[in-house]
Design a protein around this ligand. Structure first.
Ligand SMILES: [Zn+2]
Length: 355
């Protein structure tokens, strides 16, 4: 009887044929790939967490509600921000400014409304101005506390003095606009005149020729990025390169919200500068998201280019970034899609000069 010793067994194992070694290697490679693919799809399939109905203070008097949103089922979710600005030291009575209306996802809408209600009931005051960041709502409403909607409607029934300002018409910024306009039928919409074709003229961003192959491919493959058509009746059309929103909304104090035309991501996008906190709400001028996103150009989270998928002119976007760096006293730049809490002026300028 032949007895195989332990040493024999090891020796035998060392003498495996090259083909069996190759098979073992390819098997382990295949396993790793399979695990990687499984993790990727598990990540992708995971629903974005339900948004917290909480505005967190990111700067004195500046609050952010961040939630997750998914462009397409196969793309990881991305953060979308909505802002509340307290202007009690500048306006009397205490007033709040909401920047950005968010998406048309019901859970997000409810979280934003709940967050506003919660903040106002704990801190007092009233909602004076609603600015929906891309489409920005500027509504002179005096609504607050118990029921934001009901109170606003009651106030509007008496005053009929409402307007909405729109920075650009992408769905993640204007998605809630129809619902809000249903609730506030007298609202006036304000936007830069260069954005008018996409806000009220029926033009599609996907009709535009871009300056990157990614955008030009995406515009043929994706549905239109703007889904909301707003009546231009009584619209307020912001004009020129820069200005003060108060020039168009006489009930506002001056030097609170300045606007800057920042074309590139879309032809008529507008960024806002909240002067009291020296904060630039930069809309989609830049993004702070991770390399999870296709073509994001960001290998780590930090100031990065706006996603090529939805950016019509990357070269103009850079010019607009350079313009924003020239706001001399700005200390922080906040992107609409931001996994961090804004970018310092130093890091933003360093990024802009690096590409
Ligand atoms: Zn956008």
């Amino acid at each position: 009887m032949h007895v195989v010793s332990l040493c024999d067994a090891f020796e035998h194992s060392d003498k495996q044929s090259p083909s069996s070694s190759a098979m073992a290697i390819s098997f382990s490679t295949a396993s790793l790939v399979a695990v990687g693919v499984a993790i990727f799809f598990a990540q992708v399939a995971r629903q974005p967490p339900a948004p917290l109905a909480t505005f967190e203070e990111v700067r004195p008097s500046l609050y952010r509600l961040n939630y997750s949103w998914r462009i397409l089922p196969v793309i990881p979710s991305m953060p979308v921000a909505t802002w509340l600005v307290e202007s009690s030291t500048l306006m009397s009575p205490k007033s709040w400014i909401l920047i950005d209306a968010g998406t048309d996802v019901t859970a997000n809408q409810e979280a934003i409304l709940q967050g506003i209600k919660s903040k106002l009931s704990s801190a007092g005051g009233s909602l004076k101005l609603i600015l929906c960041e891309s489409p920005q709502f500027v509504s002179e409403t005096m609504c607050s506390q118990e029921s934001l909607l009901q109170t606003c409607q009651e106030w509007l029934a008496k005053h009929h003095l409402v307007c909405a300002a729109v920075t650009h018409g992408h769905a993640d910024h204007v998605g809630a606009l129809p619902k809000l306009l249903d609730a506030y039928p007298d609202v006036k919409v304000a936007y830069h005149k260069n954005e008018e074709p996409f806000i009220s003229g029926g033009a599609q961003y996907t009709d535009l020729e871009g300056d990157t192959w990614v955008f030009n491919l995406a515009r043929k493959a994706l549905p239109p990025l703007n889904t909301t058509l707003i009546s231009s009746n009584e619209a307020i059309k912001l004009d020129g390169s820069s200005g003060d929103v108060a020039e168009y909304a006489k009930w506002m104090s001056k030097d609170i919200l300045l606007y800057h035309a920042v074309p590139g991501h879309t032809p008529g996008m507008v960024a806002f500068y909240h002067k009291p906190t020296k904060s630039v709400v930069a809309a989609d001028s830049f993004m702070q998201i991770s390399a999870w996103f296709p073509f994001s150009n960001a290998m780590k989270i930090g100031p990065g280019i706006p996603l090529r998928l939805g950016t019509q002119s990357l070269s103009r976007a850079k010019e607009s970034q350079q313009k924003l760096t020239r706001i001399s006293d700005a200390t922080t730049y906040f992107a609409s899609h931001d996994s961090l809490v804004g970018a310092s002026a130093e890091s933003f300028k360093k990024f802009v000069s690096s590409w």
